[in-house]
Design a binder for this molecule. Structure first.
Ligand code: NAP
Length: 308
């Protein structure tokens, strides 16, 4: 009898986990020949899988990374897996505003097109400071991408129709922004949630500003993904997360699907400024749809990154 109970319990668990990890795969093979794609942090995790998927469709793919050894290795892998040799890396540290400005300058000198910008790089819940004294999550996840996108906006407009896809996280809902303390750096998980909420407001406001200019924009929650973010933590935590991720999180390839969907699909083009999960538009909590807050964050961010 016990054996029967064990078998039934195991089967229920197995089916539950299978259901939890069920994800839509974006199978449309629309070609991207002649298009240029820029992916921040494309050397690992979801960014690397996105790079493979877009290079397979024929795009020129540039991964912007802070660690050149990792970047070179990733470029080799992306080329082999995508059968596309038009993949390169460039140096970019989103925790340093000088690096972002230098990167953008070089990019604009070298690249005549920018069809798809994927703001993918991200720091998990850590308490640290960027070189410019911003809290690490807010500085890298939001401000870094805010400055980068603004510096490249001219090239995106020239390449229209073009797209900006920004990785966020459904954890945005656990926090609100505090405009008295945008640089909040107290509880690690909350710093992460706030930075991901900022990503959503950024994407919405960018959508509004770019309305009618041929640049569309999307915020994507990729799901909970077995990527490499745990390397920022202790070995013990990494071991624990390995087990949890194996059971409940999806592979990086699955995590990249909604990013690719937003970068490529015709359906997504009609939902600029939207929030996407599992290859379809999703509904945000009302406070995350507040256009007034999005505008206020945009203006505050312009001041913080000294964008004239
Ligand atoms: N994994 C999840 O479950 C999950 C869930 C929701 C949202 N997301 C979001 O998905 C995005 C991708 O994350 P992931 O899960 O693929 O994580 P990951 O495997 O840790 O990859 C993050 C990438 O960002 C890069 N990066 C970090 N700081 C950077 C900096 N200062 N300058 C330039 N690049 C930097 C990393 O480079 P290094 O290799 O040099 O560190 C790495 O390439 C993030 O925005 C994350 O918030 C992930």
């Amino acid at each position: 009898m016990y054996l029967l109970y064990t078998v039934i319990a195991s089967l229920v668990c197995y089916l539950f986990l299978k259901w939890m990890k069920k994800r839509t795969y974006y199978t449309d093979v629309k070609r991207l020949d002649g298009k240029t794609v820029l992916i921040t942090g494309g050397n690992a995790g979801i960014g690397k899988e996105t790079a493979v998927a877009l290079a397979m469709r024929g795009a020129r793919v540039i991964i912007a990374c802070r660690d050149l050894d990792k970047a070179e290795k990733a470029v080799r892998e992306i080329k082999i897996r995508s059968h596309n040799i038009n993949v390169i890396h460039m140096e970019l540290d989103l925790a340093n505003m000088r690096s972002i400005r230098d990167f953008s300058k070089t990019f604009l000198q070298r690249e005549k097109r920018l069809d798809i910008l994927i703001n993918n790089a991200g720091m998990p819940s850590v308490l640290d400071w960027t070189d410019d004294n911003f809290s690490m999550c807010f500085g890298v996840n939001h401000l870094g991408h805010f400055l980068l996108t603004n510096l490249l906006l001219g090239r995106l407009k020239e390449s229209a129709p073009s797209r900006v896809v920004t990785l966020t996280c459904s954890n945005y809902k656990y926090q609100k922004l505090d405009f008295q303390d945008l640089n909040y750096n107290l509880l690690p998980f909350f710093t992460y949630c706030r930075s991901k909420l900022a990503n959503i407001y950024f994407s919405q406001e960018l959508g509004r500003i770019m309305e009618g200019k041929g640049v569309t924009t999307y915020a994507v929650h990729p799901g909970y993904v077995q990527s490499s973010w745990t390397y920022h933590y202790s070995i013990l935590f990494q071991m624990l997360m390995k087990v949890i991720m194996f059971m409940f999180f999806v592979p990086c390839e699955s995590g990249a699907q909604t990013v690719v969907y937003c970068a490529v699909s015709e359906e997504a083009a009609n939902h600029s400024g939207g929030y996407f999960i599992d290859c379809r538009p999703a509904t945000l909590r009302p406070f995350a749809r507040d256009a007034g807050v999005a505008k206020k964050l945009w203006e505050a961010s312009e001041r913080l990154v000294k964008l004239a």
